[in-house]
Structures are given as structure tokens and as C-alpha cells.
Design a binder for this molecule. Structure first.
Ligand code: AMP
Length: 197
């Protein structure tokens, strides 16, 4: 299996690039943000609980998102690989993911981190908030809070994978197509390696 984590702060383009990458490489897209928004739309108890955290710019508790990922891995046990988008966001989630994958005799192949300046991120999120219908994108205070959470809780996830020599940084500013080419170039070798095996 080829398992990729697309890593980066809110607004770095993970969602946009994930859509394109899963269609190119035939991976299953696992976005915890999308899964949580679906739970909210369906008004499930999990969704109602999650909404309180999301609206404040806080993270949903680890056990909730880890449980969702476990269910999805189980549901797609025939997949040729996964693209994780917005997960893991804490070191505890990263450790849980490593375990869930190892139970399935697989592992993370690569973590691709999109680098974008904070001013550009705020600008992109406020623009997205005009049309996305996402309440967490319209309030600059909530956006700044999400960056603070990112720095404190999510950035250590990059170090977790750097230690395993799996982290690579990609410039996340420029055209969508150029960024997509840069990301694709880092993923293609894993598929070529599989053919040669
Ligand atoms: P996203 O669409 O990835 O920006 O996620 C939107 C919001 O959902 C985040 O600000 C968090 O409140 C919540 N969320 C998404 N993924 C996770 C995760 N892996 N762990 C905790 N909370 C998450």
C-alpha cells in the first residue's frame, strides 16, 4: 500500500490538492474535517459534540477522530492506499495511526508538508469563508486560534515523522497546478517501486 499524509496548516491547500491527488493515484481520501462536517450535517451525536470544538477553533478529542479513522480503514480494507488530509493533528493521533497501520501490515510511506506564510493563510481562509459556508472560516479570531492550536499541537507531528525520515517540505504558494506537480513527483516513485518489486 502507498499511504501518504498531506500535512500543513489550515488554508495551506490540503483539501484542493487531495482531491486532485486521489483522482490521479487512485488512493482513498480520508479527511477528518470532511468526515466531521458530514456528521454535523447528519446531526449525529458525534457531530453535535464535534461542532462545539470546531466552532471555537479547537481540536476534536483524539479518541473521536482515531475511532473515525479506524472505521474508515476497516471499511476500505481493499484499498491500494490512503491519502490522509487533516489527520493526524496531534502526536497521540500519529502514534495511534502508526499502530492501526502496522496492525494491517502497512505503514506511512511519506508525509508531504505544504509551507505557506501565515498572512497568506489568513487571506485564503477569509476568502474561502465568503463561499464555503464554514463558520470556522469567517471569524479572524477563530482562524488565529486554529493557527495557535496548529503550532502547539500539530507541528510536533512533523517532528514525529522527521525522526522516521518520512517528512518532506513542499512550497505551498504558487499555482495549484505547480504545487500539484511537485506533490505528484514525490508520490510517483512509490508506485514505480511497487511495479519493480
Ligand atoms: P479541517 O477541515 O481539516 O480544517 O478541519 C476543521 C476542524 O475540524 C478543525 O479545526 C478541528 O476542529 C476539526 N478536526 C479536523 N480534523 C481533526 C483531527 N484530526 N483532530 C482533531 N480535530 C480535527
Amino acid at each position: 500500500m502507498v499511504n501518504i499524509i498531506l500535512f500543513g496548516p489550515p488554508g495551506s491547500g490540503k483539501g484542493t490538492q487531495s482531491e486532485k491527488l486521489v483522482s490521479k493515484f487512485g488512493l482513498v481520501h480520508l479527511s477528518t474535517g470532511n468526515l466531521l462536517r458530514q456528521e454535523i450535517a447528519d446531526k449525529t451525536p458525534l457531530g453535535l459534540e464535534a461542532k462545539n470544538f470546531i466552532d471555537k477553533g479547537q481540536l476534536v478529542p483524539d479518541e473521536v477522530v482515531i475511532g473515525m479513522i479506524d472505521t474508515c480503514l476497516e471499511k476500505h480494507n481493499e484499498a491500494k492506499g490512503f491519502l490522509f488530509d487533516g489527520f493526524p493533528r496531534t502526536v497521540a493521533q500519529a502514534e495511534a495511526l502508526d499502530k492501526l497501520l502496522s496492525l494491517r501490515k502497512t505503514a506511512i510511506s511519506k508525509v508531504l508538508a505544504l509551507d505557506v506564510s501565515e498572512e497568506e493563510l489568513v487571506h485564503r481562509l477569509l476568502e474561502r469563508g465568503k463561499t464555503s459556508g464554514r463558520t470556522d472560516d469567517t471569524d479572524e479570531g477563530v482562524i488565529r486560534r486554529r493557527f495557535q492550536v496548529y503550532r502547539n499541537e500539530t507541528e510536533p507531528v512533523a517532528s514525529h515523522y522527521a525522526k522516521a525520515h518520512k517528512l518532506e517540505h513542499i512550497k505551498g504558494e504558487g499555482s495549484v497546478d505547480d504545487i500539484f506537480e511537485a506533490l505528484s513527483g514525490r508520490i510517483t516513485p512509490f508506485f514505480l517501486a511497487k511495479v519493480e518489486d
